[in-house]
Design a binder for this molecule. Sequence first.
Ligand SMILES: Cc1cc2nc3c(=O)[nH]c(=O)nc-3n(C[C@H](O)[C@H](O)[C@H](O)COP(=O)(O)OP(=O)(O)OC[C@H]3O[C@@H](n4cnc5c(N)ncnc54)[C@H](O)[C@@H]3O)c2cc1C
Length: 382
Amino acid sequence: MRRTHFDDDNLAFGEAFRTFIDKEMLPHYLDWERAGIAPREVFTAAGAQGFLGMQLPEQYGGGGTGDFRFNQILGEQIMLAGVGGAGLGISLHNDICLPYFLHYCTQEQQQRWLGGIASGELITAVAMTEPGAGSDLAGIRTSAVADGTDLIVNGAKTFITNGINADLVITAVRTSAERHKGLSLVVLERGMPGFERGRNLDKVGLHSQDTAELSFTDVRVPAANVLGEIGRGFEYLVSNLPQERVSIAIAGVAGARAALNWTIDYVRSRKAFGNSIGSLQNTRFVLAELATEVDIAQTYVDRCVTGLAAGELTVEDAAKAKWWCTELQGRAVDKCLQLHGGYGYMLEYPIARAYADARVTRIYGGATEIMKEIIGRSLKLG
Ligand SMILES: Cc1cc2nc3c(=O)[nH]c(=O)nc-3n(C[C@H](O)[C@H](O)[C@H](O)COP(=O)(O)OP(=O)(O)OC[C@H]3O[C@@H](n4cnc5c(N)ncnc54)[C@H](O)[C@@H]3O)c2cc1C
């Protein structure tokens, strides 16, 4: 079935980004995987070529487009090329952090930050999760207490993507005891006294992605670094989660398709018992099932992206996309690794890295169980 979702501009943008990946990312990717981090220069190189901040106004060096298909095609190319670890930081910057800056910055904050976000000189992160609260977002305890017009922030965050590289960290803090209305967002900047980064965490996969602990000890945050209005942080986070979840779903389907592509190539050439592995009925059935599931999931995700642009995407629909596509990704990498035999377990093969990388997509951005809770609630079962 011909996919009609992208227009010519989207496709040209995707091709240009694939060239960028081939030139700037793939040659160094395994080094970054070993180092546990991709260098900041990847962001500035991406920014210089227009691959950051597509939604930001042109006056700040952004692309001036509201078309999320540009983000989608970047996310897909990252997964198809097998550079999901380092690519996640770019997707997080573009798809997940940028909307907060776009929607809630004052004019002064826009002047201060948007140019650097578009150029890649200011790398962004969003810090919600704490050692004691993940799924239960309203349970966070990092406190921000008023001192004159400043806020004094104390607490800790964990599992923060771009946690080492980030210059601007959108941080969820508690400004009052009210469970939901007590949350606010502040932007913590690199170098603020009392803002420390902990370990770059040692993960199962996504090795070239820096994921870190952050700690805050009496960090003095000026009023000029509050994002939006005090007390509306929970509302802001919840309203941006559908885009975050669609972004993860996009990568999920593309990750499943990448696994399928690599495996089709592999089973065509690998021989056993005198024939190619691909000629075995089991292989054909496994790959036929995956090819079907990927195409059907893709259609739903494309519809979500259209709905997102039209402002129609519901929280429930985004939750459906997220859990289904990430579970599909998990099934795909597992079945495809199996068809690679022992080579599939070797990290020099992209399928092995994809297997390890994929496990977290069912957890971050809201775990599968939370997605089902959201959908289940919408069914008003009593
Ligand atoms: C690599 C990585 C990158 C991440 N990046 C970021 C980031 O950039 N910023 C950020 O803020 N966070 C980030 N996270 C954190 C991530 O979003 C959380 O790990 C996730 O939301 C789950 O929270 P938790 O780990 O505290 O698990 P918990 O909330 O403790 O959940 C544990 C288990 O219980 C289940 N569970 C919890 N509540 C319910 C319920 N009501 N019903 C049924 N089951 C339930 C969960 O589904 C899960 O299976 C990242 C995590 C990882 C691993």
